[in-house]
Design a protein around this ligand. Structure first.
Ligand SMILES: [Fe+2]
Ligand SMILES: [Fe+2]
Length: 149
């Protein structure tokens, strides 16, 4: 398993949780709460380890730093909406509205990562390095703060 497999597998989990959240109704308060906790528990450590490690490789070694900077701004935007979502009561119309925005942001971001960002990172890593990077990434996820701020 290399870093690209690990990232893709995390992405699948996050996308699945977002789909499940979208299918809930305002009456399903407990389920919304559980899914939101699950989303944060998966998305935040992933984003943290990408910021601390994966994107640092691109910033240090790639000639095209714009790709990494844009992705990092997408993280900031997603985390801000995630925090707003955590603050909205689950039966408030804003909960669904914020979820929709968050889902669009994250899905767009994941698509960019799995195409443009992965292409760039693959150009900097051979298979050994990509495998080693997977271990480092998983270790860093364990060190991630439990909340966005
Ligand atoms: Fe990612
Ligand atoms: Fe990301």
């Amino acid at each position: 398993m290399d870093i690209f497999d690990v990232l893709t597998s995390d992405h699948e989990k996050v996308k699945k949780i977002l789909e499940q959240m979208e299918q809930t109704t305002p009456r399903a308060a407990k389920r919304r709460e559980t899914l939101l906790e699950n989303l944060s528990a998966n998305f935040l450590p992933h984003a943290y380890a990408e910021e601390q490690y994966f994107y640092q490789i691109l910033l240090d070694e790639s000639s095209d730093k714009e790709v990494a900077y844009q992705a990092l701004e997408e993280h900031r935007a997603a985390k801000a909406v995630l925090m707003d979502l955590e603050e909205a009561p689950s039966d408030d119309p804003r909960w669904s509205a914020r979820l929709k925005v968050l889902k669009e942001l994250i899905e767009h971001h994941i698509e960019e990562e799995e195409t443009t960002v992965f292409d760039l990172a693959r150009s900097l890593m051979d298979e050994d390095r990509a495998t080693e990077a997977a271990h480092r990434f998983k270790e860093l996820k364990k060190e991630a703060p439990a909340h966005a701020i």
